[in-house]
Design a protein around this ligand. Structure first.
Ligand code: UFG
Length: 338
């Protein structure tokens, strides 16, 4: 299939691009590089050994998107593009709503006008809000999100469900990601956050690299086995392979499906620190600090639907995730600017 990846230069998208091309698909990227680097695409080309057709454009720019669709006949689109910093979304909510919703509306209009009706969307476990129980199943009622970023994911899911209701010949897969970490085994592509990382694993790897002094464990009074927050960490390469399966599924079915992409196993912050130390022979200094507002005790997936519908399940271990995260950081101390 020929597949367009919006936001194709980002962390999850670049790994997906590699897996799609290695599975024999043709991937085309559109990215405005607002939060990514052209170098990431160059590295993908290096890994797969062939060029990747790339457009520099904003998905909100309808004329540009129409031109891209005029020039290519896409079988499917994976919509990764979007602003994704939880804290920033609280300070500049309008930018988040405008960008994430506008880009999706524009994309769907352009797709419909070109007769391309297969869409895989990057959603997030954040749409479950504060869960009443774990593991999280796709049919659970979502009570509401804790930040504007999460609401944009929630609203986009609703928009896409309405599109399918109005025209059941669409095929939409809403992928709810849990916590992607790790990096490609080559150490050539990985997560490259700007500034001080908000997320746990990039923070740990920057401490390991000596770029940050110590980790602050945000709260040790949660209702979990050791008091620190529990999450479902998934290797980004496993996640990427889930997208390939989702594209195959979308090609063979119509309608809309929500699918969790997680491992089904929850690890605490301290579990991650200990696993990282063990996998890499390091000793990450940390202190216990206060809770981060909006964080929940535990969040992990029921991954059975992905296995039933897509024939996909995560295979990489926590050790793989810790080793590959550090391998990327160690080889690229300044990310794509190294
Ligand atoms: N944590 C720390 N110290 C840090 C950073 C994080 O202790 O410096 C803790 C958090 O309190 C939490 C855990 O590590 O318990 C994971 O935090 P992350 O920020 O890595 O991930 P979140 O689960 O908060 O959020 C992630 C993505 C969101 C997405 C959400 C889906 O960042 O985009 O998963 O559940 F919406």
């Amino acid at each position: 299939m020929k597949i367009l990846l919006t936001g194709g230069a980002g962390f999850i998208a670049t790994h997906t691009c590699v897996e799609l091309m290695e599975a024999g698909h043709e991937a085309v990227i559109v990215d405005n590089y607002v939060n990514s680097q052209p170098e990431a695409v160059r590295r993908v080309e290096e890994i797969v050994g062939r060029p990747v057709k790339t457009y520099e454009a904003d998905v909100c720019d309808k004329d540009a998107m129409n031109r891209i669709f005029d020039e290519n006949e896409f079988d499917a689109v994976i919509h990764f593009a979007g602003l994704k910093a939880v804290g920033e979304s609280v300070s500049i909510p309008l930018r988040y709503y405008r960008n994430n919703l506008d880009s999706t509306l524009t994309l769907c209009e352009v797709m419909a006008a070109h007769g391309c009706k297969r869409l895989v969307f990057s959603s997030s476990a954040t749409v479950y809000g504060v869960p009443d129980e774990v593991p999280l199943r796709e049919d659970m009622f979502c009570k509401g999100c804790t930040n504007p970023y999460g609401w944009t994911k929630y609203m986009i899911e609703k928009i896409l469900m309405s599109v399918v209701t109005a025209d059941p010949s669409w095929s939409v897969v809403l992928l709810r990601y849990f916590n992607p970490i790790g990096a490609h085994a080559s150490g050539r592509i990985g997560e490259d956050p700007t500034g001080i990382p908000n997320n746990l694993m990039p923070y740990i790897t920057k401490v390991a690299a000596g770029q940050l002094e110590k980790l602050t464990v945000m709260g040790n009074d949660y209702h979990t086995h050791d008091g620190t927050g529990v999450r479902d960490y998934i290797h980004v390469v496993d996640l990427a392979k889930g997208h390939v399966k989702a594209c195959d599924y979308a090609a063979a079915h119509q309608g809309c499906e929500i699918i969790n992409l997680g491992t089904g196993v929850g690890y605490s912050v301290l579990d991650i620190v200990h696993a990282f130390n063990k996998a890499n022979g390091l000793n990450i200094p940390y202190v216990i600090g206060p809770r981060r507002p909006g964080d929940v005790d535990a969040c992990f997936a029921d991954p059975r639907k992905a296995k039933e519908l897509l024939g996909w399940e995560a295979t990489k271990t926590l050790e793989d995730m810790c080793r590959d995260s550090w391998n990327w950081q160690r080889n690229n101390p300044k990310g794509y600017h190294s």
